[in-house]
Write a protein that binds this ligand. Structure first.
Ligand code: DGL
Length: 270
């Protein structure tokens, strides 16, 4: 009954943390492609090739359903994967839709025409590849009208977090928030469109100020997955064991993961 969680590196652990608390009986198999992170500076073909290789590994580990806990892969590769790569008996889901449904006050699967929503000015913080894809704006346009989105490509933040350099990550977040505010002085909401960013969520909130509502994915994705599995229980794959796999150095990745989640996490080679 295993479910797979994929990220380019450590960021997806923020999603793993939320989904494993929400669904404690489901064994999750996590795969971090740490050897190839960050994805955010790669081109879409490269991201597609790396993401499909990792998702195939998760299918092999007994997962029939894989969550791409990576916005960059969701933005740059998911649609192509769903159209021509995912086998008929498997599912791959992204992390964008639950976030956009929350922002646009929609229930799961509400496909009614786009309508006006409460928020009008939204700042999107994401990797350069996610920003370039415009996938967030595309998904938003299906559901809402009249929302002004200003984007900020947060170069360097994922690299700093992967290296465990939280001082650099914090400084970069503050400078990216300043850059966004120069373009949009008064956002009402900010979207953390990268699963690494919840690890520095307080810094975003502090730099944005208390009046800005910060939308972060882990809890939203956990609710949405619980809902999905209640409707599609057969999508729990045959795997029985919770595991953490990495394409990087298992010892190094285990140390960082343990430091971030403040509990022992042991990775093995993918
Ligand atoms: N956590 C990934 C995301 O949500 C980071 C991508 C990267 O490796 O740059 O976009």
């Amino acid at each position: 009954m295993a479910v797979g969680i994929f990220d380019s590196g450590l960021g997806g652990l923020t999603v793993w943390d939320a989904v494993s608390r929400r669904l404690p009986d489901v064994p999750f198999v996590y795969l971090g492609d740490n050897a190839n992170a960050p994805y955010g500076v790669r081109n879409p073909d490269d991201i597609y090739a790396l993401t499909t290789a990792s998702v195939a590994r998760l299918f092999e580990a007994g997962c029939d359903l894989v969550i791409l806990a990576c916005n960059t892969a969701s933005a740059a590769a998911l649609r192509r994967m769903q159209e021509s790569w995912v086998p008929r008996d498997k599912r791959v889901l992204g992390v964008f839709v639950p976030l956009i449904e929350a922002l646009t006050e929609r229930q799961w699967g509400d496909n009614s025409p786009p309508r006006e929503v409460a928020v009008k000015n939204v700042g999107l913080f994401a990797t350069p590849a996610t920003v370039a894809s415009r996938a967030f704006q595309r998904e938003l346009a299906f559901r809402a009208i009249g929302v002004d989105v200003e984007t900020q490509a947060c170069g360097g933040v994922v690299d700093a977090i992967e290296e465990g350099d939280m001082i650099l990550a914090e400084a970069l977040v503050r400078s990216h928030v300043e850059a966004l505010k120069r373009k949009m002085p008064h956002p009402e909401a900010a979207v953390l469109g990268c699963t690494h960013y919840p690890l520095v969520q307080e810094v975003f909130q502090d730099a944005l100020g208390p009046d800005v509502v910060v939308y972060s994915q882990p809890d939203l994705v956990a609710e949405s997955l619980a809902d999905y599995l209640a409707r599609r229980p057969e999508m729990r794959g045959p795997g029985q064991e919770a595991r953490f796999l990495t394409t990087g150095d298992p010892r190094r990745v285990s140390n960082r993961a343990t430091q971030f989640l403040r509990r022992q996490i042991i990775f093995e080679a993918a």
